[in-house]
Design a protein around this ligand. Structure first.
Ligand SMILES: Cc1cc2nc3c(=O)[nH]c(=O)nc-3n(C[C@H](O)[C@H](O)[C@H](O)COP(=O)(O)O)c2cc1C
Length: 149
């Protein structure tokens, strides 16, 4: 049993829906999950965590959702040592934004990596055009991801 933090970056709820689906799957598999809808570095308490999943959409022109910006800014400024953390990323986007597809998820991924955290598996990129049921896809991803944990 692992204690897993899910951090959400969303503007219109899809990444939240994905996070809720991930939480269900992880709990079904016997893990404990804490969901952070307004991720805050102090509340998340990174020094006492081992496993994190970030579910994050992209908005504007490749930008982060507003609710996850404070956490990302804090990590970029403070550069805490997160080398004890293993993490996964579910990046939501839309392929019609060619230049910036899933850019925010890519940026969050890079921020965690720059703090020394180790990603488990590949980043899971969800395209709103071709994957109309992101929560269902995320459930399948979560099961495979857990096997690599
Ligand atoms: C105004 C707007 C701008 C967007 N910009 C991007 C973008 O630059 N790159 C991308 O991959 N997706 C972009 N998207 C698509 C969203 O990331 C996608 O619809 C996602 O599922 C929304 O998730 P959310 O409801 O959690 O915010 C944009 C969507 C909107 C409405």
């Amino acid at each position: 049993m692992t204690d897993i933090a899910i951090l959400v970056g969303t503007e219109s709820g899809n990444a939240q829906m994905v996070a809720d689906a991930l939480q269900e799957v992880l709990e079904e598999q016997g893990h404990e999950v804490t969901l952070f809808e307004e991720p805050d570095v102090e509340e998340i308490d990174f020094p006492n965590r081992d496993v994190v999943i970030i579910s994050c959409s992209t908005h504007g022109d490749g930008e982060l959702p507003d609710n996850i910006i404070p956490m990302c800014d804090a990590l970029k400024e403070q550069k805490p040592d997160l080398s004890h953390i293993r993490y996964g990323v579910v990046a939501l986007g839309d392929q019609t934004y060619h230049q910036t597809f899933c850019q925010a998820g890519k940026d969050v991924d890079a921020i965690f990596a720059s703090c020394g955290a180790v990603r488990v598996g590949e980043r899971f990129e969800v395209d709103a055009c071709t994957q109309p049921l992101p929560d269902e896809d995320a459930r399948e991803w979560a099961k495979e991801w857990l096997e690599q944990l």
